[in-house]
Design a protein around this ligand. Structure first.
Ligand code: GLY
Length: 401
């Protein structure tokens, strides 16, 4: 039986004057296969299906979008990263207040950074939801990057045995990866994402305008996950990225929107095929990540951004694939060039296999003590490879210093 597929739907939200159409036709970039200003990707999961809506002014229209997607909305609990509270969360709350005066609104913010994905912060938020009169019909709205999406998502997954939630990602990384697919959770001391739940949002609302104010390093780091989709799933997209990397680095709006759409399409497709990572299909999203998690843990969290570690991790994975005879130098060269064009790091001089390997052995994806990796066969196609010899992993790390 065919697995459900994610699909891209474009819709004309900005019409209707013919002159407006003319202007848009004139301004349409011929190198972009999609010319609309707003689009929707659907994650097909039966009764848990939902839309990822992408536009450059989504937050202004937030109230309409959320009412359209969520039936019986009576209480919204907005949880935001403190760094976007004034710029974005307040705007969103105002949009809700202005358009639905009867809606009960609660708002809180969380300190920026991985440290907030803790049991203590999770506990605080649960108590807050309770104190705000949260019930089964309440809806949690997560406004921020991956930390907020994971934390607020886990609050939604567990409060009253699960309430609905909406993701409003404000970093590129969250837009193309963590806000989609329903992975929620928090960290234990020394064990990232060790407690959590699969809990799908009811809506993901991506406002690409938010990216204009994102610090450059954070924005570029998100591009690593975008490149990942090209390597694991979509050779045509990889080629498009190769030809348009400079536009992405410059944050040209149409190019950025297209890259987000294509990334979300890939993610939706993979999640639609293997929601709970049971068949191995979803594991392909972890290309470069086993190395990256070990890099982050051994360099000290915060030294490198996640996407920067993923960039270096993908280089290590490609080298490992070559040494196992699965892939060739041409793939590594193409990946290297694209990552370099995205101004991402390619090497890690201090990478130490003696420190990284024990971390890799503790990875959730280790099976029966054997190292497993997602490795590329060709651009657009990867494979889960089990029982990889430790020496080959060491060599790949050392060759990436
Ligand atoms: N970020 C990997 C996943 O969502 O499965």
């Amino acid at each position: 039986m065919d697995a459900p597929r994610g699909n891209l739907v474009t819709f004309n939200a900005w019409l209707p004057h013919p002159l407006a159409l003319h202007y848009l036709a004139m301004s349409t970039d011929p190198s972009l296969p999609v010319s609309s200003k707003a689009s929707q990707v659907r994650v097909q999961l039966g009764e848990r299906s939902y839309a990822i809506e992408i536009s450059s002014d989504a937050i202004q229209g937030f109230s309409q979008r959320i009412h359209h997607s969520i039936a019986d909305l009576s209480h919204a609990l907005v949880i935001s990263d403190e760094s976007v509270e004034e710029s974005w969360a307040d705007q969103l709350v105002e949009s809700l207040r202005a358009n639905a005066p009867d809606l009960r609104l609660s708002q809180t913010s969380v300190a920026s950074g991985e440290v907030s994905k803790s049991i203590a912060e999770y506990d605080r938020l649960l108590q807050w939801v309770l104190a705000e009169g949260g019930d089964r019909k309440s809806v949690v709205v997560a406004v921020g990057g991956g930390v907020i999406g994971d934390l607020a998502g886990f609050v939604a997954a567990s409060f009253a045995r699960g309430v609905r939630f909406v993701q409003v990602p404000t970093t590129l990384l969250a837009m193309v990866d963590s806000s989609v697919g329903g992975k929620t959770g928090i960290n234990l001391p020394n064990a990232k994402n060790m407690v959590g739940a699969f809990w799908q949002p009811s809506l993901v609302l991506i406002d690409t305008g938010v990216l204009a104010t994102l610090p450059k390093r954070s924005y570029l780091s998100g591009l690593a996950e975008v490149v990942k989709y090209g390597v694991i799933d979509d050779a045509d997209f990889f080629q498009w990225l190769t030809e348009n990397a400079s536009r992405l680095v410059e944050r040209q709006a149409a190019a950025v929107r297209y890259a987000i759409e294509k990334s979300c399409e890939s993610k939706a497709r993979v999640v639609g095929e293997d929601e709970r990572e049971t068949s191995g299909r979803r594991a392909i999203l972890n290309y470069g990540h086993t190395f990256a998690h070990a890099i982050e843990a051994t360099c000290g969290y915060g030294t490198l951004l996640h996407g920067e570690a993923v960039s270096i991790g993908m280089q290590m994975a490609a080298r490992l694939a070559i040494s196992l005879g699965m892939s060739n130098q041409d793939l590594l060269d193409r990946q290297t060039q694209l990552l370099a064009d995205c101004e991402l790091p390619l090497t890690l001089p201090q990478a130490d296999p003696d420190e990284m390997l024990p971390v890799m052995m503790r990875d959730k994806k280790v099976a029966h003590g054997k190292l497993r990796f997602i490795l590329p066969k060709s651009i657009g196609s990867v494979e889960l490879v089990g029982d990889v010899k430790e020496q080959a992993v060491r060599d790949a790390i050392i060759a990436t210093r």
